[in-house]
Design a protein around this ligand. Sequence first.
Ligand code: URA
Length: 258
Amino acid sequence: MSNVYHINLSASQIEGAKTVIVPGDPARVERVAQTPPFSNGRFLIQKREYCSWLAYVDEVPVLITSTGIGGPSLGIAVEELAMLGVKTLVRVGTCGAIQTNIHVGEAIITSGAVRMEGTSSHYAPIEYPAVAHYEVVHALIEGAKQAKVSYHVGVTCSSDSFYPGQERYDSYTKYVPRRFQGMTEEWRQLHVLNYEMEAATLLTLASTMGLRAGCVCGTIVNRSRSEAISAEALSAGETAGVNVAVLGVANLIRQERQ
Ligand code: URA
């Protein structure tokens, strides 16, 4: 089989990997590949926002491929990863918490996502739920316990925009269209935990394709307190998310071998 077009990988290059970790940020891929219990991580290829490394858990290959920001580029990655034979996808990202009891550096494991993005509606009507696979949710919870990372499990809001769709007033115009004004408080009342930009697309596409998927995000800001994201907060959130994701994926791989 030749290389799939955007992520530019072939089935032989990924050595039959059935599991992939999908960070948004290409710069996070190497870090994931080199975090224990992953071993022997090596760079495969980069094209546009799609950077891929291969690593191993107990000699089982695991692919790590970045998706870029947002649903459209993530959707392309999911399509092409599925063509290569991947069956389980775990997103590791960063997010803004909206519940007051969630702190920077804590992990949020998504059980389901509000589809406030466009790509998933190209795959399934809006009534179709964006839900994480229960086995992935369970493995990530165990991963958080093993990593000793404080975690929360619940509903995520995935937005197609970082500024207006997450009701940020620190944008260029400082204007949030009326449809989004007051929305953060509404999601808070509805027990939504966090904002990010990819979970709903991933979970919807994976379910429609009969694949397993889940998502863990490190909290890098609490939107009840601030809109600004500090370098320290980014580092704390990234560390939490990556540690939970690698241990969660190792749990999935080890369970499959039992
Ligand atoms: N990613 C988002 O989409 N929103 C945040 O607030 C932080 C990370």
